[in-house]
Design a protein around this ligand. Structure first.
Ligand code: ADP
Ligand code: GLC
Length: 478
């Protein structure tokens, strides 16, 4: 079976969040299960130097009048995974990230950039035989690929089954109707049952309404998004489509995220040798000019700083713990007001708080290995990967009970592996931080929790069986 897997970011080429981790690992895992899978992504600046040799280059013409689109075929670094890069100089080769300019603002022409990328995905899905590789299924991820479903719908050619995976409903790729003509899509698709979205048009909605199957990245989030509190205006649409919606939990690429073979960390370790973890803790304290103290509970955060993540609750909730001698180490960037709040906390507790504003893949590994507790107080969390990484490193996650966090972190029972709170309030978070401190004092209990966490299996292998079953349902003939 041939699958075209479309994503706007893929680790290790480019990453802003968990989508890149998924797009870099799930296709590799599915390939090992015998699927013929290729990924497709825009050729942002610097991409061509990061992939291995270009095997094929095809000019797709100039369908948007902004310059030719080229389809380049290469291989993802450190894997056998074939990757198509969609090249268009005027749209993708610029300073900044994949979605934001260097000032952190959305690019003004994101509708056009991702319409063009999606058009190329639809082209390969529809006309792949002309390139020598015809997919049986098109697998879309998030709004950046949603227009592909609209192009396929409007071309009215052979039906190619589409799976759309929602990694985050908050980002719905909706734009002012004035820009709609630039997508070159017909007005026919702008109905209430089409892409129309509160007087705008939404790429994600196109991906949902024109898909044959919709998945999201955890069972709990799949249920949550049917409610107004989590549906971000799409709950009505999703409720009408619930017969094709399911939740498949993400996995972890343990080649990247395992303390026994992690090349980024000070000392490798296993569940049987947790002294190695202590060396990482002391190294992390040293690296951050904090006193080297084994007995101080170190709380950590690795996150995008956005409203979603509930990180505004921590600066107040953690103060009593800091006054009791705990430490906080944060790596993140995003919301400027939040960055400032954390820098102020660091100024107040310079011996206990270390804040690093920025994005640093290697440091994120050292942090996961070095802290005792990873704080994830998310208001909503479609899946969350950092708690899964934490578990493997014997770092106990402290999470709010929502989405994928609710499906993977437990405070009680035989699967207990962390700390859980329910109310998105500083009080509830503060109380849970106190429970973590008390538990840390009980060395035996802490070890048990760590060992349980480290032995839990969140490999992609499990998720692959669910993916294979879904693909087979859509293409029993392939
Ligand atoms: P989301 O996709 O909502 O950001 P996830 O938990 O699914 O949340 O994935 C986040 C990914 O991004 C993880 O791999 C995490 O380690 C990484 N990450 C987040 N912020 C940073 C940062 N500042 N530096 C390095 N890695 C980061
Ligand atoms: C999104 C979500 C996150 C999820 C990731 C990968 O960015 O916010 O919860 O883990 O996608 O699916």
């Amino acid at each position: 079976m041939k699958i075209l897997f479309a994503s706007s970011e893929i680790h290790p080429l480019i990453k802003t969040g968990g989508l890149a981790d998924v797009a870099g690992a799930l296709p590799v895992a599915l390939r090992q299960k015998g699927l013929d899978i290729q990924v497709i992504m825009p050729a942002y600046s610097g991409m061509l130097e990061k992939v291995s040799a270009i095997h094929q280059s095809v000019n797709l013409g100039n369908p948007f009048g902004v310059g030719d689109l080229h389809l380049l075929q290469a291989t993802l670094p450190d894997s056998e995974l074939p990757i198509y890069l969609v090249q268009c100089q005027s749209l993708f080769e610029r300073e900044g990230g994949p979605y934001l300019d260097p000032q952190g603002q959305d690019f003004q022409d994101n509708h056009l950039r991702f319409a063009a990328f999606s058009w190329a995905c639809a082209f390969v899905a529809q006309h792949g035989h002309l390139l020598g590789w015809q997919p049986d299924i098109l697998h879309l991820n998030d709004w950046q690929t949603g227009f592909a479903a609209a192009y396929l719908k409007s071309w009215k050619l052979n039906h190619i089954p589409i799976v759309t995976t929602v990694h985050n409903l908050r980002y719905n790729g909706s734009f002012d109707l004035a820009s709609y003509p630039e997508t070159r899509l017909s007005n026919e698709l702008l109905s209430l049952h089409g892409m129309e979205f509160y007087g705008r048009y939404s790429a994600l909605k196109a991906g949902l309404v024109y898909a044959d199957a919709i998945t999201t990245v955890s069972p709990t989030y799949a249920a949550e998004i049917l409610t107004p509190a989590f549906g971000d205006g799409l709950d009505g649409t999703l409720a009408a489509l619930r017969h094709k919606l399911s939740g498949i939990l993400n996995g972890v690429d343990y080649n990247e995220w395992s303390p026994e073979r992690d090349g980024h960390i000070a000392q490798q370790y296993t569940a049987n040798n947790l002294d190695g973890k202590l060396k990482n803790k002391l190294a992390l304290q040293r690296e951050n000019n904090l006193p080297e103290r084994a007995d101080a509970v170190v709380f950590g955060v690795v996150s995008r700083l956005t409203e979603q993540k509930g990180l505004d609750l921590i600066p107040e909730a953690i103060i009593p713990a800091l006054e009791q001698g705990a430490m906080l180490v944060l790596l993140g960037s995003g919301d400027k007001a939040l960055e400032l709040q954390y820098l102020n906390l660091q100024a107040r507790f310079p011996e206990q708080v270390s804040i690093r504003i920025g994005y640093d893949e290697a440091y994120s590994h050292r942090l996961q290995a070095g802290v005792d507790v990873l704080l994830i107080p998310s208001r909503f969390e479609p899946c969350g990967l950092t708690q899964l990484y934490a578990l493997k490193y014997g770092t106990l996650p402290l999470v709010r009970h929502t989405g994928g966090l609710a499906d993977t972190v437990f405070e009680d029972g035989p699967e207990a592996n962390g700390f859980v709170f329910y109310d998105a309030s500083t009080t509830a978070l503060g109380e849970t931080i106190q429970r973590a401190l008390h538990t840390f004092a009980d060395t035996e209990r802490w070890r048990t929790l760590q060992t349980t966490a480290m032995n839990q299996d969140h490999s992609w292998d499990k998720a692959c069986d669910q993916w294979l079953a879904l693909y087979r349902r859509l293409r029993p003939d392939a």
